[in-house]
Design a protein around this ligand. Structure first.
Ligand code: GLV
Length: 319
């Protein structure tokens, strides 16, 4: 029986499934493990299951000790994990791609509609309790039909967002480092263009790239300056992909029409320049937050741990 540490609460039966085969230390809390608690919780672990709030760095791995074989991230992104430190110690890393694609794309397109139809602002108006009347000019938004969505990072979530946009009558532009699946491009009737062109032509720019050295501040002041003043930016990927100071400056100067952000550059802090703006919709990183999706993510993380500890190839390793 190997020692499995589950560092935060998981939905469904993932923990029971791990317990059926291994000794499990289960931390029934959502917050990251305080460094002072690490020695007791992590020592001797052969597998650890972590969520995004946990930074898995050399100190975390050292607290686990030399028996550690796998770090199973319950997320598709893994910028919270120091892959080099894991490699140096021969520790495998796994993530949870696929199972959260639809939930995240649903949320991305919800943000598109929320921003373009001014739904946050409209809801705040009703909740403020003041009088309102139907009027031809009351809270006018813009329609998405006939407009172009630009998908920055046409991986599975980006393409799933594009499919939703197409169903709503939008045309699709795609830009990314690697060529998108040709079948998906054909199905979407999409144009694959350089990022600069996408930024200049899109009415909605939706970000779906992973965070890494080449994508940090990919949407910087220069990139945002290429966007149309009528365009909106949606980010459901990782906050630091967008330079938030530059975003606030562009919104304040009227060089951008709005933004929908599920992720933030310095989570959980939200840029103070965004908080008071009516043209911005702000969510607390809930892209995959449905019961079904989070349960599937926990199950996939458990599958990864069970496979590695049984000497098998895990279903979704990070390469
Ligand atoms: C959520 O942000 C994830 O990467 O799964």
């Amino acid at each position: 029986m190997a020692g499995v540490v589950v560092t935060s609460r998981l939905p469904g039966t993932a923990v029971e499934r791990l317990r059926a085969e291994h000794e499990v230390r289960y931390r029934d809390e959502d917050s990251p493990v305080p460094p002072a608690d690490r020695p007791v919780l992590l020592a001797g672990a052969e597998a650890v299951v972590v969520t995004l709030g946990h930074r898995v760095d050399a100190a975390f791995l050292d607290a686990c000790g030399p028996d550690l074989k796998v770090v199973a991230n319950v997320a598709v992104g893994y910028d919270n994990i120091d892959l080099d430190a894991c490699r140096e110690r021969g520790v495998l890393v796994t993530n949870t791609p696929g199972v959260l694609t639809d939930a995240t794309a649903d949320l991305a397109f919800s943000l598109v509609l929320m921003v373009t139809r001014r739904l946050g602002e409209a809801e705040r108006e009703v909740r403020a309790g003041g009088p309102w009347t139907f009027g031809m000019f009351h809270l006018l938004g813009t329609s998405v039909q006939g407009k172009a969505i630009g998908i920055v990072g046409p991986g599975s979530i980006g393409l799933a967002t594009a499919r939703r946009a197409k169903a709503f009558g939008m045309s699709v532009l795609l830009a990314g480092r690697s060529a998108p699946d040709p079948a998906a491009v054909a199905e979407l009737g999409a144009e694959v263009v350089p990022l600069e062109e996408l930024l200049e032509r899109a009415d909605v720019v939706s970000v779906h790239v992973p965070l890494g050295p080449t994508t940090r501040h990919l949407l910087d002041a220069g990139a945002l300056a290429r966007m149309k003043p009528t365009a909106v930016l949606v980010n459901t990927a990782r906050g630091p992909v967008v330079d938030e100071d530059a975003l606030v400056a562009a919104l304040e100067a009227g060089r951008l029409a709005g933004a929908g952000l599920d992720v933030h550059e310095h989570e959980p802090r939200v840029h103070p320049g965004l908080l008071a703006r009516e043209d911005v919709v702000l969510l607390p990183h809930i892209g995959s937050a449905t019961v079904e999706t989070r349960t599937a993510m926990a199950d996939l993380a458990a599958d990864n741990v069970l496979a590695v500890l049984a000497g098998r190839e895990p279903p979704t390793p990070v390469r």
